[in-house]
Design a protein around this ligand. Sequence first.
Ligand code: ADP
Ligand code: C5P
Ligand code: MG
Length: 215
Amino acid sequence: MSETKQPRFSPQDITVVFLLGGPGSGKGTQSNNLVRDYAFTHLSAGDLLRAEQVREGSQYGDLIRSYIKEGKIVPMEITVALLSNAMAEALANKPKTGKDGKARFLIDGFPRKLDQAVFFEQTVCPSEMTLFLNCPEEVMEKRLLKRGETSGRDDDNAESIRKRFRVFVETSMPVVTAFEEQHKVVSVEATGGVDEVYQRIKEGVAHKGLLPVDN
Ligand code: ADP
Ligand code: C5P
Ligand code: MG
């Protein structure tokens, strides 16, 4: 008999929404809107990795730095552990909830690879929905080069951007396709202004029953 291990958190207690889209599609920007109106706790996998990269005493600093520069996907055990621990820490601080009383997590930039998706859902928590920001590469490239003027990020340069686009198409899009097959994806056109995109997001997630909370 195979051993069955329960995920760390149950979908009866928390709602997990994945936020995917190519680099520069606007995930971080729209997360701010979603946190404000939907009581999400926002966790960006990239932000958690960048924090771990510079954390004193981390054994993964150099590894993470080189993966990010090359736009490659960091081994999933590292990223999933960072997310799982950040979720536990957030829950210990009694976060806001939806009307259903469940804490809501918006997991930005994750899962970027099929193995991450499977491992996270088996060991941390099954997801409710994936919000996908669909954006042409020309638009994302323009945004990222502009962001690179001030972001200080090692990967906001033309060469890293090219590599990240490739990894996105080859490795991350199959995750979106897999969730689409489960009818769990809300796909939104991410061109146009920030407010315009957010309007589409609100309409899209409402169709799946996700509503703002009263402030
Ligand atoms: P991601 O987290 O998906 O990589 P960001 O939210 O960081 O993307 O956005 C990338 C850059 O584009 C940022 O500098 C941001 O201010 C800008 N940006 C985001 N959304 C839009 C938009 N709809 N129109 C123009 N610029 C945008
Ligand atoms: O999402 P963001 O653009 O901040 O991610 C930056 C980089 O972090 C990615 O290009 C990748 O190298 C790494 N990353 C990862 N796995 C994730 C999210 C980010 O390896 N799930
Ligand atoms: Mg981001």
